[in-house]
Design a protein. Structure first.
Length: 104
């Protein structure tokens, strides 16, 4: 019974996440990305210390931010958790749409 509840809960979360991703606003994401540029570059290209965000799969992008927000993922500096904790699901979707739009 518990397994069925867990599976049902995960399914509902996946559906909710998908609906947010579908509504990502790249223009708004570009505004939010100003905070990301210091580490990931204005074009999202990253560098040897920070990953490339440009062209990143939207679902993977959102999953990573959710992981930092929840504490499931960590980075050495803790900056990602500090940043992600203030992001709403819609903010994450908007950022994901923006960085996806920068694909080469």
């Amino acid at each position: 019974m518990t397994t069925k509840l867990i599976i049902a809960a995960l399914f509902v979360l996946m559906l909710a996440s998908g609906s947010v991703l579908a509504g990502g606003d790249a223009a708004r994401g570009g505004e939010l990305a100003a905070d990301c540029a210091d580490c990931h570059g204005a074009d999202g290209a990253g560098d040897e210390d920070n990953p490339k965000l440009a062209g990143m799969d939207e679902a993977a992008f959102v999953a990573a931010l959710q992981g930092y927000k929840s504490g499931e993922l960590e980075d050495e500096s803790g900056m990602m958790a500090d940043y992600a904790v203030d992001l709403s699901d819609q903010d994450m979707a908007d950022l994901a749409a923006y960085y996806k739009s920068l694909s080469n």
